[in-house]
Design a protein around this ligand. Structure first.
Ligand SMILES: Cc1cc2nc3c(=O)[nH]c(=O)nc-3n(C[C@H](O)[C@H](O)[C@H](O)COP(=O)(O)OP(=O)(O)OC[C@H]3O[C@@H](n4cnc5c(N)ncnc54)[C@H](O)[C@@H]3O)c2cc1C
Length: 300
């Protein structure tokens, strides 16, 4: 690992060893990652991916960590953080080119100011372009798939541009080839009315603020909505709204959110998830599937 870290530093990336992932992820739980690496430029990002793919060390890419839970036993290997790859550029009047680590909210603000419409759905989604595309993030009757034109991925040492029509997006799923890393994306919007867009964003945020536990650490929706019923309503019907294990709790405000009520461990969160899954299946015959991603060294 020492040898690899030296090579990563030679590329020019920032390196933090034994990084506490509860400081990285939004739910504020999880153990340490051996190494978190931050490329400072697009070129460094590609060079880093090429280097890591030729080593035996496991690695994973994270954006804002707003949809990710890390196990308490942490992550062996390298976390590539895209947090410094934030470039957003409006080109050809209605198109936006954004690097993997660009925050969706930044794109939203920039495009509204430029008189463009289409990105308003993303109001209040705290993720990045990479995480958003990987998850096909969505809200307010819109999804990232609706505005994507082209996605650039790095895959096994090559950078490839994939057009929207070739990507089989589904509900909270992109189906990009396994091992793909989103490096940048081109979005296609329309000319619009800034005042109307701003009003829509205000309305979306007001709804979010009154129905979601935004003042407490959380990681967005825990479960995908099953076809039968909204996941939040299901958890409520199971009597689990407000239920707590250790420091983790199904929110009193919105039962499909788990909040860190103070000192939660990843294990507490995962036990709540298992409990809801088991109860949903045994009492209602409904299979709950997590939306949130769990990574790292699994508990024994
Ligand atoms: C308060 C709150 C509200 C939320 N509301 C919504 C909502 O309304 N709708 C919604 O869809 N989501 C919502 N989320 C969840 C989350 O914000 C989205 O899923 C977001 O798109 C995740 O982006 P991220 O950069 O944080 O991803 P991360 O959590 O960093 O990563 C998520 C997954 O994407 C992968 N990934 C990250 N970057 C890349 C990349 N460059 N290439 C390939 N894979 C990558 C990771 O490996 C991981 O598997 C919410 C979360 C919070 C905390």
């Amino acid at each position: 690992m020492k040898d690899l870290i030296g090579k990563i530093e030679n590329i020019g990336c920032g390196v933090s060893c034994q990084y506490p992932m509860n400081k990285y992820t939004w739910l504020r739980v999880g153990g340490h990652a051996d190494v978190v690496v931050q490329p400072n430029s697009y070129e460094q990002f590609i060079e880093l991916l090429n280097l890591l793919s030729s080593s035996d060390t496991p690695w994973v890419v994270l954006g804002e960590g707003s949809n990710t839970i890390v196990y308490d036993k942490g992550i062996s290997g390298v976390v590539i953080s895209t947090k410094k790859l934030k470039k957003v550029e409006i080109i050809e009047d209605t198109k936006v080119m954004a690097e993997a680590g660009a925050i969706l909210g930044t794109i939203l603000n920039k495009t509204i100011k430029a008189g463009l419409t289409g990105f308003e759905f993303a109001a209040g989604i705290p993720g990045t372009v990479g995480g958003g595309i990987f998850m096909n993030a969505g809200a307010n009757n819109g999804e990232i798939k609706d505005v994507v034109d082209t996605v650039w991925i790095w895959l096994a040492g090559r950078e490839i541009a994939i057009e929207r029509k070739e990507i089989k997006f589904e509900y909270r799923k992109s189906n990009l080839p396994k091992g793909s890393v989103v490096t940048k994306a081109l979005f296609k919007l329309q000319s619009g009315d800034s005042a109307q867009s701003e009003q829509n964003v205000k309305d979306y945020m007001a709804k979010r603020n009154s129905t979601q536990p935004i003042k407490m650490s959380n990681t967005g929706s825990i479960f995908k909505n099953p076809p039968e019923i909204a996941a939040g309503q299901l958890i409520e019907e199971l009597g689990l709204k407000g239920f707590k294990i250790g420091g983790a709790q199904f929110s009193d405000l919105h039962a499909n959110f788990i909040v860190n009520a103070g000192g939660a461990s990843a294990q507490d969160v995962l036990e709540l998830i298992e409990l809801a899954k088991n109860e949903a299946l045994s009492k209602k015959g409904i299979k709950l599937e997590t939306e949130v991603r769990v990574i790292g060294n699994k508990e024994k």
